[in-house]
Design a protein around this ligand. Structure first.
Ligand SMILES: [Mg+2]
Length: 362
């Protein structure tokens, strides 16, 4: 169970249908993929994925250099491994690029721990259940017209989702934002939950006004209405609206989540596995949220987040965006609106080695 080898690759996976997110054209999902090997021949895999190339090669280099720190450590001591990695990079951290480089390594350590112990991660990390409700969030971008957006949402529902999430926040008026929601409502019927993600696009004043209009239009949650550091603004919105306000995917540290929770700024905490630095800190943030009676959700990487959210009692919803499907033998299966956590040891995911080789860029 001692780590004998660490390899890190940067893998650029082209998307089937390029799209525009904000001002950026997206044509590929960039991965930093870590693979660790142990003295008894176990291979642990971990990765982060973003739909942008910026700094991903640099993060890959950083992960490669940090990964050397793990040689000789046991995969059954992930806390010690995380601590050592974080200390090595703390002069450029905490957070930011350091966490992004640390996360794939930490995830790979946990995957190897699960494989060493013969247990799937959702059980090893807590064992609360084996599946988590999920919502469709892929292909529901700002760049689509209301009709295209409605058609995309309808495809999600036909594919078995009973909840979808739209990106909004780029329209000039509240009414125009609501038109997008109404177009989707018409296409999906009354029973499908429609969440919206405003991706921090608004001032507090805009958020207050648009939030009220969208609430009337029947949204199920309002994500990231204002900047993630505006805790007072988020808390004010929570008081002004009845619809749940959600956020947290841009936060890095346990301390930042504590401030978010103590400010009573959100109804649901969303965790980005790369920004928080992997599974080891994720668990602490989830427990902190539980202490505040707040549920937690994952940001993308559904195939990994499903294990974490199934492990804890306050795991709420998996965001289904299968950005890594092309380098995996299979995605976890979906059943009646839920994503089922793989039952094989560790993450229970198998890399498609040919695809990784084909798409590897560094
Ligand atoms: Mg979001």
């Amino acid at each position: 169970m001692k780590i004998t080898h660490v390899a890190v690759d940067v893998v650029r996976v082209p998307v089937d249908r390029p799209y525009v997110a904000g001002a950026r054209a997206v044509d590929a999902n960039w991965h930093v993929l870590a693979r660790i090997t142990t003295s008894d021949g176990v291979e642990g895999v971990g990765y982060i994925v973003y739909p942008r190339p910026d700094l991903m090669t640099a993060i890959g280099h950083a992960a490669r250099e940090l990964g050397e720190t793990l040689i000789g450590m046991s995969v059954l001591e992930p806390e010690a491994a995380w601590d050592r990695l974080a200390r090595r990079g703390d002069w450029v951290g905490p957070g930011g690029l350091l966490h992004a480089a640390l996360a794939p390594l930490d995830i790979a350590v946990w995957d190897a721990a699960g494989k060493t112990l013969g247990q799937p991660l959702h059980r090893l990390l807590g064992g609360y259940r084996d599946r988590v409700p999920t919502y469709g969030s892929d292909g529901l971008w700002y760049s689509l017209s209301p009709d295209e957006l409605a058609a995309s949402a309808r495809r999600h529902v036909d594919d078995g989702f009973d909840a979808v999430k739209l990106r909004i926040g780029k329209e000039p008026t509240a009414e125009r934002e609501a038109e997008r929601v109404r177009a989707v409502r018409e296409a999906v019927g009354p029973d499908v939950r429609i969440m919206v993600d405003a991706t921090e696009s608004w001032t507090l004043r805009q958020a207050r006004e648009t939030g009220r209009v969208l609430q009337e239009a029947g949204i199920a949650w309002l994500e990231d209405p204002v900047h993630h550091l505006d805790l007072a603004g988020l808390a004010e919105l929570r008081r002004a609206l009845t619809v749940p306000v959600t956020g947290g995917e841009h936060l890095y540290h346990l301390d930042a989540f504590r401030a978010l929770l103590e400010a009573r700024a959100v109804d649901v905490v969303i965790l980005d596995l790369a920004r928080v630095g992997g599974i080891t800190p994720w668990r602490k943030i989830a427990a902190l949220a539980q202490a505040h009676r707040v549920p937690v959700c994952g940001h993308v990487v559904p195939e990994i987040q499903v294990h974490l959210l199934a492990a804890v009692p306050n795991g709420h919803l998996v965001e289904y965006v299968p950005r890594s499907a092309a380098i995996l033998a299979a995605m976890p299966r979906r059943e009646r609106g839920a994503l089922v956590a793989p039952s094989a040891p560790g993450l229970g995911l198998e890399l498609d080695a040919d695809a990784v080789q084909r798409y590897r860029v560094a």
